[in-house]
Design a protein around this ligand. Structure first.
Ligand SMILES: NC(=O)CC[C@H](N)C(=O)O
Length: 449
């Protein structure tokens, strides 16, 4: 037993709670999928540190089906850019079933890349290169998301090929509207192949975690797509990933997700985790019954809904120290100066837009009587580029208002001194420790007084 088994326990718990659900049945319009074991139920979760947790049948292979769609959309966005991809496929929820004729009346574009019509087009957009056919590129890309080489279940592929007339019809219809970039037969063949790529629930959780982690596979460390692409894919998953059940899913579960008719389901907690379930019996929207129930319960139990962002008082980024926190001074007069005229703002953790706003506000509030203020970044782990620009501008304003400031920045998070000078327009004394910074400010004040 290890401490982290507590995470596995929560997956086991969800499995135990829903394994007895007997609703739904495996897809049979692709005959090979009807052979799946309806009792198989696997769950897997991958953290942003690449830690993997699983329960039940998380290592048995099944085919991706529609769970492939967001990843192919990611590949298309990476290769062609949003503007070009958007010429061919839209980003509006269709409110219709996955295999509906979801084509925009004016443009003829499929509504979005999560329904079959849009996915067939997205797949068709992936170009061959002189040394790599498009499908190999697709397979390799999905393998990078999963962190291992993947292969195709040829039996499922042929099974869908011989029965996939509706998708073929869709492809021809799209060609008739002028929004099919390649031959429809070729496009559908490639799409069926992509749907027949074999994965496990653990693979899927890793793929989902890669989207959560800004396009970097947290297990292998490889950057598969850019952070912008990952964010866009998640946006389309959030609005369209569960087809005509997308609104209700976002309402109740609150996570970008994608279902597939083989019983796979992924959900993404941006910057938090990727999770996947596998259980073949499906509901009316073509999503896994047990997977849906388990993820909905998981989201509610652990407060994972994206729109649920309670302020965490314990993780306050900054604090204005009181006089009592300042170091003791050599003389009573010196101590009075320290206590009355030097404020200290301590920032901690990683600083983004929201945290930077707090820091700047605290700087204004600090420094009794508009005296000196020390910004202590000793416990800051990272400053993103937006926050960095905000800190530079804020400190510059502070100095141009005539306030004295100093920073404790032992790791040069604000950039080298000349960058800071440029940002602030004036010298901003920098120190390695809070004691030195406070002392420096007090001496400067004493010198002025
Ligand atoms: N929703 C799905 O998983 C559908 C995928 C399947 N290959 C189809 O096109 O019908």
């Amino acid at each position: 037993m290890s401490a982290a088994d507590a995470v596995t326990d929560s997956l086991e718990n969800l499995r135990a709670r829903f394994i007895g659900v007997r609703d739904g049945k495996p897809a049979d319009y692709i005959p090979q999928l009807a052979l799946a074991d309806p009792d198989a139920f696997g769950l897997a979760l991958v953290s942003m540190d690449g830690h993997r947790y699983s329960a039940g049948e998380a290592d048995i292979p099944f085919t991706l089906q529609s769970v492939s769609k967001p990843f192919i959309y990611a590949l298309a966005l990476s290769l062609l850019g949003l503007d070009e991809v958007s010429r061919w496929v839209g980003a509006e929820p269709s409110g219709e079933a996955f295999n509906a004729i979801s084509l925009e009346p004016d443009t003829g574009r499929p509504a979005n890349a999560m329904v079959n019509a849009g996915a067939i087009v997205t797949t068709a957009l992936i170009p061959d290169t002189p040394d790599e056919p498009a499908f190999d590129r697709i397979l390799r890309c999905l393998g990078r998301f999963a962190g291992r080489e993947l292969d195709v279940d040829e039996e499922v592929f042929s099974s869908e090929s011989v029965t996939g007339d509706r998708n073929r019809a869709l492809a021809y219809l799209i060609r008739s509207t002028g929004t099919m970039p390649v031959d429809p037969v070729l496009a559908v063949d490639r799409y069926f192949r992509q749907c027949a790529i074999r994965v496990t629930a653990v693979d899927l959780a890793t793929m989902a975690a890669t989207l959560a982690y800004g396009g970097v596979n947290p297990v292998t460390g490889e950057e598969v797509v850019s952070a912008e692409v990952a964010a866009r894919v998640l946006a389309v998953m959030a609005t369209c990933g569960m087809y005509d059940g997308s609104g209700d899913w976002l309402l109740r579960v609150g996570l970008p997700a994608k279902s597939g008719v083989s019983g796979g389901l992924i959900a993404v907690g941006p910057a938090r985790f990727g999770v996947a379930t596998y259980s073949p019996p499906l509901d009316a929207t073509g999503g896994s019954v047990r997977g849906h129930a388990a993820l909905e319960t998981m989201s509610q139990r652990y407060g994972l809904h994206l729109m649920l962002n309670p302020a965490l008082p314990g993780s306050t980024v900054t604090l204005v120290t009181t006089a009592d926190d300042l170091p003791s001074a050599p003389s009573a007069e010196h101590e009075r100066v320290l206590h009355e005229q030097v404020g200290v703002v301590v920032a901690q953790g990683s600083i983004d837009f929201t945290a930077a706003e707090r820091v700047l506000y605290a700087l204004d509030e600090s420094g009794p009587n508009g005296g000196s203020v020390v910004l202590d970044l000793h416990d800051v782990t990272a400053v993103d580029s937006v926050a960095l620009a905000m800190l530079h501008t804020g400190l510059a304003r502070l100095l141009s208002d005539g306030r004295r400031a100093a920073v404790v920045d032992p790791r040069d998070l604000l950039g080298p001194p000349d960058v800071v000078r440029e940002g602030t327009g004036q010298d901003l004394p920098r120190y390695a420790t809070r004691e030195d910074a406070v002392e420096g400010c007090a001496q400067a004040l004493a010198g002025e007084g």
